[in-house]
Design a protein around this ligand. Sequence first.
Ligand code: 5GP
Ligand code: ZN
Length: 225
Amino acid sequence: KGRDGLGAYIADPAAFPPSQVIYYNDDFVAIRDLFPKSAVHCLLLPRHLPPDVEMFDAARADPAFLAAAQAEAAKLKTLIAKELERKFGGQSRSSALRQRVLNGEEVEIEGWKEGDELPLGRDWEREVKVGLHSNPSMSHCHIHVLSRDMSSECMKHKKHYNSFNTEFFVNLADFPLDAAAARARKHSDWSSRDLVCWRCGKNFTNKFQQLKEHLAQEFEAWKRE
Ligand code: 5GP
Ligand code: ZN
């Protein structure tokens, strides 16, 4: 347990129920984060990296591994987008609009007339982030795949928020980083940066409780997009 808590999933994924291990194959295990910081928060664990090997180093040393991790993360991202659609699609205006057109109803959309292509509905993949903390607390390499709402009971302090919303969070698509860039990410003062709403950019400085209240409102508006 402790720093090594993710090792058990890699060693024996079959020992866990589907509510904890989403799927696994020879190279990766996809799990639910035990302390989710967003509405949906999963982790992708590569199975063949020794503990304490960091993604910064692995990605630079082994381009084939990085490509495999990016491909697997893209699969998990798609699954999560579908889960978001199942959970929240019923509240989405753009999904409802598409459905009404499919149903043959008369709808008024600016710039759209019958016979045009269908309105697209909601692109839930756009709402999913994929990346790593530049200084992870857990020893086994894990890629965060999470919705970007930051709406969760487990999101309890400034560090939690900033770790996903500053340069401390490195998008998997941005790997590999050269050694100097990786060091800069690790040693930046990300944790003391102002709290800034991911959705509207409003600055809450150090006022975490106010940010939390604001995020609850943003969550509702976000679902309705
Ligand atoms: P880090 O800051 O190391 O990138 O994030 C580690 C993540 O692992 C955190 O989001 C934390 O909630 C999650 N976590 C910590 N222990 C466990 C555990 O035993 N099981 C699962 N599924 N997630 C864990
Ligand atoms: Zn906002």
